[in-house]
Structures are given as structure tokens and as C-alpha cells.
Design a protein around this ligand. Structure first.
Ligand code: SF4
Length: 331
């Protein structure tokens, strides 16, 4: 059955933390937060447009849902839970910080039908977490992940690449830790420097160097390889440029590209192709239908690279192949 989320954006206003990459003022100034009784209107209007036979979830995202005052959090959950009781919606998803998870909180969340929790882990390296102003260390992520899994709640662990002090090796370790913590899903976000943040000051002082687009593609590719060996769903790779996140506006520096995910998958396929093709000359490469364009490469890059190395490659879709599987026939 296909899934469908009804997104409700609840940014955590007046967050007490100081993540160096976050522009809290902007968050507070830009968004009007719907009141608990106003979310009914949002949910109803989405429900009218969702086709039948979908698994529908109400998704509270945009901040640390469990960090908002308890009475208010329960008021949101109560409204959402009514839709679960009526059978119109199957579950509630939310995003939060690892240090905003406790046994007592999970008791409440389970009571109101929360089925999935996404934690902003960002990194599992203590020095990266400290330098990024996250306000907690890896032990807190581990504890929160364990508590969520013990309740049979779906666990998402989001990671960022290129935070202060981060390296490719540390990002790879973060991906491995996410696997070991038995996450069900992940999101991979390269760090960007946003106007008005502490990171902008660090960048201007020369204390922080943003990842180049090429490095961000390389790092994303390497962590993706780790997740691809597991059943962890990668829900997102990269940030989408928005009107706000444009160079010269809010974006000061950092790897943003409208085709970022495509470029990462193209780079991943470049590695797969050169690992699997041995003889030069005419070759037919079969991959799954979904991966065909990525295998050919962003703007045909992989086909061109093969040509330069003496391979006359023809690409074909094969419905029997799974993602990232390859079948090579020489002529
Ligand atoms: S990113 Fe950090 S500072 Fe920004 S709202 Fe989330 S926890 Fe607070």
C-alpha cells in the first residue's frame, strides 16, 4: 500500500539550543504556527485530496515536537488521535531531538498513536556534536534510539555532512552507527551556511570551510553505499534550493544544487560500472528501470566516461533487477 503524509509544520519557537547551523530568528519570524484546534482544517483539506487505499500518517515536522510545552504537545496529539480513532488516518509521525526523548514522553506518544519518530542525530562524533552546538553527545542519541526501538516505534535518524570538525571518515562512521542503532530510515543533508547563524560567523572568520559541491557528492555517495547494503530507507539526499536558500539571499555558502540527489546517484553508479565492467569494446549494461537514468549518469556522464575508457556501452532497463544490481553482457 502506498504511504501518504499530511505535513503539519510546527517549528519549535524559542528553542533553548544553539546549533551553529540554525537560524532561529528566521524560523520564528517566517512561520505562523497553527494552534492545536487549527490543525483539523489542515488535516481535513488534505484528506479530501488523498486517493483511496493509502496508508495515511499525520506528520508533525519542522522542529522538536516533544520540546514544545507538554500541555500544547498533548493538545496537538489529541486532535490527531481523533483521526486514528475514526480510521481516517493510520499513524502519527514526528521529528525531534534525541535529548527530548524519555520513557515518560514515549508513554504519552504511544498512548496517542505515534508510530514513527525521526531524530536529528546529525553526527555520532562527540567533537562534531560539541563544535556544532548541539547540546548533547552520542550517548544521548544511542539511549533515545534504543528507547524508541523498544517501543516498536519506527526510528528515523537524520545525519548532516560537513559540520564543523567533520571529515569523510567521521561521516562514514556516523552512517555505520546509524545502521548499528537499527534505524528504519535516514535523511542525508550536507551542511550549508545560512545568513544570521553562528556558522556564518565561523565561515567569515575562517574557522569553518563549507563543503564544495563535489565533496558533498563524494561524501553522500560513500554514506549512501553503507545504507544501500541494509534495509534502511534513505528518504532524502541533499537540500532542495528554495527561493530563500539561494546564493545572495539566505544562503552564504555550501553545496546546494537542484539535481543534487541525481548527481550523487550518478557518482554511485560510476563506481558500480567501473567495478563491474572488465573487458573493453561493446557491452550491454542492464539495470533496474528506476536506476536507468542514474546509471547513464547526470547529463550522460557515466556513458561518456565509459566511452573515454574504450567501452561502447548500451544501457537497458531490466525489470527483474533490483536497485543497484547490474547485469553486464559483452558482445
Ligand atoms: S536546529 Fe538546533 S537550534 Fe535550531 S531549532 Fe533545532 S534544536 Fe533548536
Amino acid at each position: 500500500m502506498k504511504h501518504c503524509n499530511i505535513p503539519i509544520f510546527i517549528p519549535e519557537l524559542a528553542c533553548p539550543h544553539q546549533c551553529v547551523f540554525c537560524d532561529q530568528e528566521k524560523i520564528s519570524a517566517t512561520f505562523t504556527v497553527p494552534k492545536p484546534n487549527e490543525i483539523i482544517e489542515i488535516i481535513d483539506s488534505y484528506l479530501e485530496t488523498i486517493p483511496k487505499n493509502r496508508e495515511i500518517n499525520i506528520a508533525f515536522f519542522g522542529g522538536s515536537f516533544t520540546g514544545i510545552p507538554r500541555v500544547e504537545m498533548i493538545a496537538y496529539l489529541k486532535e490527531a488521535h481523533k483521526y486514528i480513532e475514526s480510521g481516517k488516518v493510520q499513524g502519527i509521525r514526528l521529528s525531534t531531538r534525541p535529548d527530548y526523548i524519555s520513557e515518560e514522553l514515549l508513554d504519552i506518544l504511544v498512548q496517542y498513536g505515534v508510530t514513527a519518530i525521526e531524530l536529528g542525530a546529525q553526527s555520532t562524533n562527540d567533537k562534531v556534536l560539541v563544535k556544532s552546538g548541539r547540546g548533547h553527545k552520542f550517548d544521548v542519541i544511542k539511549k533515545a534510539a534504543k528507547l524508541i526501538k523498544e517501543r516498536n516505534i519506527e526510528l528515523g535518524l537524520q545525519m548532516m555532512l560537513g559540520l564543523p570538525f567533520d571529515t569523510l571518515e567521521l561521516s562514514i562512521q556516523t552512517a555505520k552507527d546509524i545502521v548499528n542503532l537499527k534505524a528504519d530510515s535516514t535523511r542525508i543533508y550536507p551542511t550549508v551556511v545560512v545568513k544570521g547563524t553562528v556558522l556564518e560567523k565561523m565561515y567569515n572568520n575562517g574557522d569553518y570551510k563549507a563543503l564544495s559541491l563535489n565533496d558533498a557528492i563524494l561524501w553522500s555517495k560513500e554514506v549512501l553505499k553503507i545504507f544501500n547494503k541494509t534495509s534502511i530507507k534513505v528518504l532524502r539526499v541533499g537540500l532542495h534550493p528554495s527561493e530563500e536558500l539561494e546564493l545572495g539571499k539566505s544562503l552564504i555558502a555550501g553545496p546546494i544544487h537542484p539535481s543534487f540527489k541525481e548527481m550523487v546517484l550518478s557518482a554511485l553508479w560510476n563506481d558500480i560500472l567501473f567495478e563491474n565492467i572488465e573487458k573493453d569494446g561493446a557491452v550491454t549494461i542492464k539495470v533496474s528501470e528506476k536506476q536507468l537514468n542514474y546509471a547513464i549518469g547526470y547529463k550522460g556522464k557515466n556513458r561518456n566516461d565509459l566511452k573515454i575508457k574504450g567501452f561502447d556501452a548500451k544501457f537497458m532497463a531490466d525489470t527483474t533487477l533490483k536497485d543497484f544490481e547490474i547485469d553486464v553482457c559483452y558482445h
